[in-house]
Design a protein around this ligand. Structure first.
Ligand code: PAN
Ligand code: ZN
Length: 187
């Protein structure tokens, strides 16, 4: 950077859609076909159009993955919908570097942040525009859209956190967020 220069940022968040624009941005999508064994009712998942979008993630990765001391910023948009009576949700993960924490915050829509500690105690926090969630170290996290509109949330995590999806793929969370008589319950 030049001394005394006044610059535009290299990245921006589109205020309506929360899409990221600029340098060092990655974008990924998860469709029904990518989410095998994530939902309890696998038969119900197989009846849904495999190309239906469930969620997409955009992230600003300004430093190399694994760099100590850096931060990443991301936005996730989860579509409304259910597989059987289970809300559309993210896969969920622990951080590979288990003692790394993260912030999530609600931007648009209604949802639930599902958290599980290393002893498999599972609980949830309601997400709504303006909700702020500190996800401590060693806590697995996933988000479900409990509303009828897209759920948008922001995230900020250390660039050396990494993602451990395997443990959740193998063991799952110890509870699922299900819709029962029109309301969400952890079961
Ligand atoms: C988030 C998540 C994002 C998608 O950026 O990666 O919401 O969820 P899954 O990664 O579980 O599919 C985050 O927690 N980063 O650490
Ligand atoms: Zn995370």
């Amino acid at each position: 950077m030049n001394h005394l220069s006044i610059n535009y940022p290299t990245v921006s968040v589109e205020p309506e859609s929360w899409f990221l624009e600029g340098k060092n941005i990655t974008k990924s999508e998860k469709r029904i076909k990518d989410l095998g064994n994530v939902f309890a009712n696998e038969a119900a998942r197989q009846l849904i159009n495999p190309d239906l979008l469930v969620y997409n993630v955009q992230a600003h990765l300004p430093v190399k993955e694994g760099t100590p001391g850096g931060l990443y910023f991301g936005t996730t948009i989860i579509q409304p919908g259910k597989v059987g009576n289970e809300y559309f949700m993210t896969r969920g993960h622990f951080h590979a570097n288990a003692d790394r924490a993260e912030y999530y915050w609600g931007v648009q829509g209604e949802g639930m942040l599902i958290l599980m500690d290393e002893y498999r105690t599972t609980w949830a926090e309601k997400m709504f525009p303006g909700s702020l969630h500190y996800i401590g170290a060693k806590i697995a996290h996933r988000v479900a859209n409990t509303g009828e509109t897209p759920l948008i949330f922001g995230a900020c995590w250390p660039s050396d956190a990494g993602h451990n999806y395997e443990e959740i793929e193998l063991q799952g969370f110890s509870a699922r967020l299900l819709e029962i008589e029109g309301k969400p319950f952890l079961k």
